[in-house]
Design a protein around this ligand. Sequence first.
Ligand code: PEP
Ligand code: MN
Length: 348
Amino acid sequence: MVVVMEERATEAQIEKVVANLVEAGMDVHRSTGVNRTVLGVVGAHKVDAALIEVMDGVHEVLRITEPYKLASRTFKPEGTVIQIDDVRIGGDEVIVMAGPCSAENEEQVFTTAAACKKAGAKILRGGAFKPRSSPYSFQGLGEEGLRMLREAADQQNMKLVSEVMDSSQIDLVGRYSDIYQVGARNMQNFTLLRELGRTRKPVLLKRGIAATIEEWLLSAEYILAGGNTDVILCERGIRTFESYTRNTLDISAIPVIKKLSHLPIITDPSHATGKRDKVAPMARASVAAGADGIIVEVHCNPDKALSDGAQSMFPAQFDRVMAELRIIAPAIGRSICVEPVVKRGWGR
Ligand code: PEP
Ligand code: MN
């Protein structure tokens, strides 16, 4: 941290700031220029910069290191690869997670899972506990939904990611799912994050709808600080002034995260756009921008879906986007599942 004093700061004001910092255990290096005094502070993560900034004679306080540590690339220069049996997230391969927004019934879960697997998805997604904006909307099937999702994932030799909304659901969701999903609305549920830090299962941490990248990484830090090193970040669109799409996919978050953090990052073009015809272009853009994977909603009969039907792709659309990703991934030096593409009309 660097404290820049005002040009007219008095010696007494400077000494008071120095004394405060030293008292808080900092090392302070003072440099007196022609016009102002600048204080270089070492160990400043323990001090509240805002408290220093409001002291008399202080012009501004500049932070020069990130407030998160374990999540930062400075701390761990090589990228984290999360391994779940033979599935590696954050390695060379672009990993695709696909499935319905919610588990609704056995037929829907099994049919959709089979279609996702056939197209090349390695991880089945599906919610059993749904964070819905309205308390009157479908809230998910709970354990019954988890059971169906697990059975379908096993049948298709897929891994499963499913949302945990509350600390009290951790054991239950963990019994069925390979990856805990923390939804956008829960990104700053610090109790939940801390509890997940105590587990040893990977966590897919979605970015909050109005969260900065720094806040998002600080949320990841809560999980890492508990000893769980397997956090996957998911950019799922943020709320902006644009109302045409459900959210705005922040594609630039991909290279930003790659620079700031060693954690894998994927995107969710379904929740980002809210419209199924916009999902494929955003999935392509995500992979081209360096995402380690995507998570998309696919439904065997999306027009009848109990949640997020409008953004859920038909299986044929998903096949096609997978075929497109198979062209894009190698172009940027990545691989992607090479399962044979089901031949379908390209004009659809
Ligand atoms: C979901 O994945 O179905 C979901 C509710 O996502 P988000 O938390 O990003 O809104
Ligand atoms: Mn959804």
